[in-house]
Design a protein around this ligand. Structure first.
Ligand code: CP
Length: 312
């Protein structure tokens, strides 16, 4: 059995396939115990975790809070506008002060790619990346992959299409690394301006034709347009984007009958996904969100409890 040796979770790129599987299997154990009984997990009892969110978040921040509390930890969330970063304090000083206040781990979301790696060199405690710019969003990809594995079984040779704004998406990058490591075939699709051909070098198939992207896929993951990272428009208008690249009722005719629909959220209904499709029986979007708790419990248990064999 593989042992977990990492203190921090910074990227999916650096993980070995067995490490990804270990996180997913740990999440599976957590979920099955949670489903059957009224569990009391305690592997992080007495630990103090700081959730440092320098960008807005609903799902990730709350899921980490719920996950930490479910493992018996205390967790304190700090948002960018409520921190002394607004008074000129550096990220390094913020992290060192948080460590001096007794943090046993720091979860960080920041607009700068590489900021979790930077912090991991500045402080002693585990760092968990909750999204760094357009670089990576490891816990999101792990919950996406967990949900895909739950729905499709072994992901080897399964065809997964990610459709939308790939260029500015940390979710796309983390999923591409994780899915290809587990043997899935990943197609990246969307406008030429948002899906550079360079992604082929990372093992993806790239297409700018929506029908081609959808027709063989076992699962389709939609991504919103990440306006917050764009300084110019990459297509003529939102309605034209929706007509060509949005998943609408007509797209179902191109999709396999059993293909499932994922979205990391937040959704922009009527743009990348038709509202009725987002709520349809093919959609596993809210299951992704719920699975995010067990997956983040697994990540924190492995990184922070520092003992694989420690009971949950
Ligand atoms: N998927 C995701 O990261 O959502 P939040 O921005 O709400 O955390």
């Amino acid at each position: 059995m593989i042992s977990w040796t990492r203190k921090s979770l910074l990227t999916i790129e650096e993980l070995k396939p067995d490490e990804i599987s270990l996180i997913l299997d740990t999440a599976d154990s957590i979920k099955s115990i949670s489903d059957k009984t009224d569990p009391i997990f305690s592997s992080l009892k007495g630990k103090r975790i700081i959730n440092l969110f320098m960008e807005p978040s609903t799902r990730t921040r709350v899921a980490f809070e719920v996950a930490a509390k479910s493992l018996g930890a205390d967790i304190i969330s700090i948002t960018g506008e409520a921190s002394s970063l607004t008074k000129g304090e550096t990220l390094k000083d913020t992290a060192m002060n948080v460590q001096a206040l007794g943090a046993d781990a720091i979860i960080i979301r920041h607009s700068s790619p590489g900021s979790p790696l930077f912090l991991s060199k500045m402080v002693e405690v585990p760092i968990i990346n909750a999204g760094d710019g357009a670089h990576e969003h490891p816990s999101q990809a792990l919950l996406d992959i967990y949900t895909l594995r739950e729905k499709l079984g072994d992901l080897k040779n399964k065809k997964i299409t990610i459709l939308g704004d790939i260029l500015f998406s940390r979710v796309a990058r983390s999923n591409l690394w994780g899915l290809t490591k587990l043997g899935a075939k990943v197609t990246l699709a969307g406008p030429t301006t948002l899906v550079p051909a360079d992604f082929k070098l990372l093992g993806a198939t790239v297409t700018h034709d929506t029908q081609t992207a959808l027709k063989d896929a076992d699962a389709v993951m939609l991504l919103r347009i990440q306006h917050e990272r764009q300084s110019a428009s990459h297509f003529p208008s939102l309605s034209e984007y929706a007509n060509v690249f949005g998943l609408g009722p007509l797209s179902l005719e191109w999709m396999k009958e059993k293909a499932i629909i994922l979205h990391p959220g937040p959704l922009n209904r009527g743009v990348e996904i038709d509202s009725a499709l987002a709520d349809s029986s093919r959609s596993v979007i809210l299951e992704q969100v719920s699975n995010g708790i067990a997956v983040r419990m697994a990540i924190m248990h492995l990184c922070i409890s520092k003992c694989l064999d420690k009971p949950l």
